[in-house]
Design a protein around this ligand. Structure first.
Ligand SMILES: [Zn+2]
Length: 271
């Protein structure tokens, strides 16, 4: 019996050695200012993630231990103060070497069926897998090529949290003491403002559009829908809180209460 219990406990976590942990996590923006205790708890969660989730490689990608650690650690920063239970109810992570092109049929308002083949960096299925392009996962650690605020793992796992209350609509289950009205007010106002800014940028002479979009506090993809706004704002919250907090303080405050973390405060403490 004891033996069985011990085995069960062992299987609940897959150890990551200290050196590979430090190496994998060293250059990520969201690690800035994390205390030794937070770092250790993040590692423990990532070890649990590795044991609990099944990884599969697509298109002959060779999935290395390092890749698994990178995905698990970035996924777990979101639930550092929420608990692993928030990722229960599904089991698979599928990793492509580069962006993937799923064929999708959509029906428009006129009843016309469109077949789309848009390359994707990631995807999260309701009750199903998370799909990631490893090339995009690796970008977060590339200090020269990354776009600050872009993190495909944080993005897709924010959708997973949102999906705990059904379709991803930017309204994850809130904690006791949080106000649904305050959440809605903060997000609707920021989303409307952000969409207006993206429209204004798009209306500029073409040579100025990109610079105007680059100057926005979040990736313009946030204007796609309320669900995407929450996922992109989550990327900004962890990766570039110094941009999100001043631009949309009410959204920052709601996310601080939701994730129970204060990345802007962590940055202020180390600067
Ligand atoms: Zn998305």
């Amino acid at each position: 019996m004891l033996d069985w219990l011990r085995r069960r406990r062992e299987a609940a976590s897959r150890p990551i050695d200290e050196a590979s942990w430090r190496e994998a996590t060293a250059s990520w923006l969201f690690m800035r200012g994390l205390s030794a205790d937070e770092n250790a708890r993040l590692k423990a969660l990532a070890e649990r993630f590795l044991a609990a989730k099944h990884f599969s490689a697509a298109r002959e990608l060779h999935l290395t231990d390092r890749m698994l650690v990178e995905i698990a650690a970035q996924a777990c920063i979101l639930v550092l103060e929420l608990g692993f239970e928030w990722y229960e109810g599904w089991s698979e992570v599928i990793v492509y070497p580069t962006q993937f092109v799923p064929e999708r049929e959509t029906v428009d308002e006129a009843g016309v069926v469109h077949l789309t083949r848009d390359p994707m960096a990631g995807e999260a299925w309701l009750g199903g897998p998370v799909v990631l392009s490893y090339e995009d996962v690796a970008l977060a650690a590339n200090e020269r090529e990354r776009v600050a605020g872009y993190n495909v793992v944080i993005h897709e796992f924010a959708h997973k949290l949102d999906m705990r209350s059904g379709d991803p609509n930017g309204f994850p289950p809130l904690h006791r003491g949080m106000s649904a009205a305050a959440w809605k007010e903060a997000f609707v106002a920021a989303y409307d403002d952000f969409c207006a800014k993206v429209d204004a940028a798009d209306a500029l002479p073409s040579r100025r559009v990109q610079a105007a979009l680059d100057a926005l506090p979040l990736d313009p993809y946030a204007a796609e829908s309320a669900g995407e706004f929450f996922a992109v704002a989550s990327e900004g919250f962890f990766e570039t809180p110094e941009l999100l907090a001043p631009a949309y303080p009410a959204v920052y405050e709601q996310l601080r209460m939701f994730y129970r973390q204060d990345p802007a405060g962590r940055l202020a403490r180390i600067s």
